[in-house]
Ligand binder design. Structure first.
Ligand code: FUL
Length: 456
């Protein structure tokens, strides 16, 4: 753990901890987000679009022998996908430009294995462009997933593949406007050819061509995998890790799930999970689409634990979102809007202005009283730190006033960008928050008290 300490006079008087100058200075040396990471985190809900030949073969991983002739989304309408996502509050969409099967959703000059040899739009179509254009039209950010593992390309397994991959990356990063996220995964089947990826080279190219894009992988460099595909960020979730020794496909998933209080790099967790059992569309899973209520639970487990939700919604064979997915997405946003509509906190402008840059400075074990104005009924609390200056809270607790005493309500560990607490309904006119352990002083940016929708 970092040396958690406080510079507050109040704490010094209590004598609970002694503060040395070097500890106090270490606060200013905390890892902090780069501007691109700071812009990424408040998006909260982002979407993945898994679409390729697998959609037609009913597979999750293609083997690279698929004929482009099977790719024919006759009703493809990327505007329908992006408008649905926009209405459901999603801020970014990432398309599988190329999955492990190697089929390219754009007419890459580097291969014949692409949409240009498919019947769709007589080979004149470009899915990547349609999604990028729709994102621009509806005000979503846009990202690409280009699978390093490629089961079609003959150069795979040789050094020349790194050049092939970089050339494809260059096409995607130069022809489709601003790219906000580039997704690199470490998946590789057991019998895959040996291949040493030049990740350092891939990442340098992204920095050169799209300096504002965040890059995702098990090892960052900007955003890390949360360690599972079940939609579960750690109850304790630090945005810091030590990336030394980590590589895509070679990281301890538990370490990624929790992060590292002693981590030297700021690499926040992204929670990727699918709205369906699979990542690609399968008609047999139409009845297994997560409900709006189920998606709301994922929101609490990801965004509510200092992560970001990357929810996959796979288009179907027609090239459209299916009805059950659209119904769930709508319900998801409607529940969240209802729950978080009214913040019951009164008279604490800095804590309710929805700006992380205005905050209360709070020392460990110094109570912050939260006034609700009158007796209110509630069952949700939202706490946020000003992460621009790092992540500081290691643990805390909330109590409520029952009219004569302070009663325990809930304890928690990390906060970071956002911590959401759920508990059975309580009636109270005031609450108090204690940060019990922190690399303090903590910059408490927002505090929200809510009554959840009955549909949660
Ligand atoms: C993994 C892939 O193997 C899955 O097919 C899916 O794309 C998931 C999001 O990432 O690495």
């Amino acid at each position: 753990m970092k040396s958690f300490c406080s510079t507050s006079a109040g704490l010094l008087l209590t004598g609970l901890l002694s503060v040395t100058l070097s500890q106090a200075q270490s606060n200013t040396n905390l890892p902090k987000p780069a501007p691109r990471q700071l812009a990424w985190q408040p998006m909260e809900t982002t979407a993945f679009l898994h679409f390729t030949v697998n959609t037609y073969t009913d597979k999750e991983w293609g083997d690279g022998t698929e004929s482009p002739a099977i790719f024919n989304p006759t009703k493809l309408d990327a505007r329908q996908w992006i408008k649905t996502l926009k209405d459901a509050g999603f801020k970014l969409a990432i398309i599988t430009a190329k999955h492990h099967d190697g089929f390219c959703l754009w007419p890459s000059k580097m291969t014949e294995h692409s949409v240009k040899n498919s019947p769709w739009k007589n080979g004149k179509g470009d899915v990547v462009k349609e999604v990028a254009d729709a994102c621009r039209e509806f005000g979503l950010k846009f990202g690409v997933y280009l699978s390093p593992w490629d089961r079609h390309e003959p150069r795979y397994g040789t050094a020349a593949y790194n050049d092939y991959y970089k050339a494809q990356l260059r096409e995607l990063l130069t022809n489709y406007g601003p790219i906000s996220e580039v997704w690199f995964d470490g998946a590789k089947g057991e019998n895959a050819k040996d291949m040493t990826y030049d990740f350092a080279g891939y990442w340098a190219l992204v920095r050169e061509l799209q300096p504002n894009a965040v890059m995702f992988s098990d090892a960052g460099p900007d955003v890390r995998w949360v360690g599972n595909e079940a939609g579960n960020a750690g109850e304790t979730c630090w945005s810091t890790i030590n990336t030394e020794g980590l590589a895509p496909g070679k990281a301890d998933s538990k370490y990624l799930n929790r992060g590292d209080a002693n981590g030297k790099q700021w690499v926040p967790a992204e929670t990727d999970v699918s709205i369906r059992p699979g990542w690609f569309y399968h008609a047999s899973e139409d009845s297994k689409v997560r409900s709006g209520k189920n998606l709301v639970n994922l929101y609490y487990q990801s965004v509510g634990r200092n992560s970001l939700l990357l929810l996959n919604v796979p288009p179907n064979r027609d090239g459209l979102f299916s009805e059950p997915d659209m119904v769930s997405l709508k319900e998801f946003r409607s529940i969240l809007d209802e729950t978080f509509k009214t913040n019951l906190v009164a008279k604490q402008p800095k804590l309710t202005d929805k700006k992380l840059s205005t905050f209360l400075t709070v020392a460990a074990n110094e109570p912050v009283v939260i006034d609700l104005g009158k007796e209110q009924t509630f069952d949700r609390i939202s706490i946020q730190e000003n992460i621009a200056t790092g992540q500081r809270v290691a643990s805390g607790r909330v109590e409520y006033w029952n009219g004569s005493d302070w009663q325990p309500l809930q304890s928690f560990t990390t906060v970071g960008y956002k911590r959401l607490l759920r508990f059975p309904e309580v009636k109270a006119s005031k609450l108090r928050l204690f940060v019990t352990n922190a690399n303090s002083p903590v910059q408490l940016a927002e505090f929200g008290v809510y009554k959840a929708s009955s549909r949660e």
